[in-house]
Ligand binder design. Structure first.
Ligand SMILES: Nc1ncnc2c1ncn2[C@@H]1O[C@H](COP(=O)(O)OP(=O)(O)O)[C@@H](O)[C@H]1O
Ligand SMILES: [Mg+2]
Length: 403
């Protein structure tokens, strides 16, 4: 999947539109290097026009030695002989003018041909993993945690992550992230048989820190038209283009959520320290067990874990019969960061809540998730960890759980 390095968000949008569906944008060369560490099958890096010439040429030079199978396409606002000469010397495969959209497309196609020729036939597609954030109760922090977890998983652009809002009637991922989507899952309605990455790509909304969001429909009545088959098709398609697909859910076992749960590799269950929530979480866990959903891959996240109500984490563990994987305290900073459109893991990476969420992200990937500062070393590829478990079809057994 082509990766574009470009600091200016408007230019990112323009250039991504000229690139193949699924192309990924990062805002700095160090993020691109982190991306390449995670994606050994990458074939092209496009360096955007807002990078300084020196930074772009330095990146070319580094890739020429470190990743010879990756073609570098340099996009510049104006071409002159001196730039062309320097670019070729640094190892750029192509230099194109930023307003020549067709030339960018051609350069990427040629890079792909070259890569295939170098690699030879074959080469399996690596599927991404689905992480679902669920709780039978509303208001416990599912959306807040899903948003922050998804951002933590991007590692500032080194991984490609899509956040899907499956709270189809009252989804608030977009508003929580201060996004104003022009499209949502609504435009996929009816595409159970035909949906592909190209169509989905047009429905996603980009958050500043290279996270893509599939928003919930703006009106609750659309929910009925989002069939389980469509949800399944969406998640399976997203797996092919993203390293992680994070699903935020409604607080009920409705058909769509059950379908997502059935397609889930890792399930994060959010609980708070009040008796009604704990009771409902216990029932939900029993239901997951009965349906054989994410068995051995369930992670309990205690939100507002500091609430002084006489129930501690150890009590929760004995009530629910499973260990607490992560604890996040009540903090006005969390709500404030979300309301400002910069969720806490990005806005304040050293905050204890951010550390806790990153630690959970690390547990989910099996790889350490670094704070969003420039990283120099390579992390093990997340996709190399964990088996890709899929259970049988939900359609055989979902009856009786629809809300
Ligand atoms: N740990 C926390 N500390 C303070 N406020 C929180 C915390 N977790 C969630 N919130 C706030 O609680 C409200 C409900 O959270 P939300 O994520 O929308 O819950 P849900 O998706 O489960 O309905 C939001 O206003 C959110 O900012
Ligand atoms: Mg929510």
């Amino acid at each position: 999947m082509p990766v574009l390095v470009e600091p200016d968000p408007t230019t990112v949008a323009t250039l991504l539109a000229a690139m193949p569906a699924g192309a990924h944008g990062v805002n700095a060369p160090d993020r691109m290097l982190a991306w390449l560490d995670q994606h050994p099958d990458e074939y092209v890096v496009v360096l955007g026009p807002s990078l300084s010439v020196d930074a772009a040429l330095a990146a070319c030079d580094e890739l020429r030695i470190a990743r010879p199978t990756v073609s570098v396409v340099l996009v510049a606002d104006a071409l002159d002989t001196s730039l062309l000469t320097r670019a070729m010397k640094a190892g750029a495969r192509d230099v194109v003018q930023s307003d020549d959209v067709a030339a960018i497309g051609t350069a990427i196609r040629q890079a792909h041909q070259l890569f295939q020729a170098l690699r030879g036939p074959g080469g399996a597609v690596q599927l991404g993993r689905v992480i679902t954030v669920f709780s039978p109760k509303g208001g416990v922090g599912k959306t807040t945690m899903a948003v922050n977890l998804a951002l933590a998983l991007t590692e500032g652009g080194a991984r490609k992550v899509c956040l899907v809002d499956l709270d189809l009637a009252f989804g608030d991922v977009a508003i929580t992230m201060q996004l104003f989507p022009t499209h949502s899952i609504e435009q996929a309605v009816g595409s159970e048989e035909s949906l592909d990455m190209a169509l989905l790509d047009g429905l996603l909304t980009r958050h500043q820190d290279s996270l893509m969001v599939l928003a919930a429909p703006p009106h609750p009545d659309v929910r009925e038209r989002v069939t389980p088959a469509l949800v399944l098709r969406i998640l399976r398609t997203l797996r092919e283009g993203f390293d992680f697909v994070v699903v935020d859910t409604s607080p009920s076992f409705d058909d769509q959520v059950l379908t997502a749960l059935d397609e889930t590799d890792e399930c994060v269950i959010v609980a708070t320290l009040d008796v009604p929530t704990l009771k409902n979480v216990k029932v939900a866990l029993e239901t997951l067990e009965m349906l054989d959903i994410a068995s051995g891959h369930r992670h309990l996240l205690l939100n507002r874990a500091d609430d002084a109500v006489g129930i501690g984490a150890d009590k929760v563990e004995s009530i629910l019969g499973m260990p607490v994987s992560a604890q996040v305290a009540t903090s006005i900073d969390i709500a404030a960061a979300t309301n400002a459109g910069t969720p806490i893991v990005v806005g304040d990476p050293r905050h204890p809540s951010s550390e806790a969420i990153r630690a959970l992200a690390a547990a989910l990937t099996g790889a350490p998730v670094a704070p969003p500062t420039p990283i120099t070393g390579a992390e093990p590829a997340a996709s190399a960890l964990g088996d890709d478990k899929r259970s049988g079809s939900i359609f055989r057994r979902k009856k009786g759980f629809a809300s």
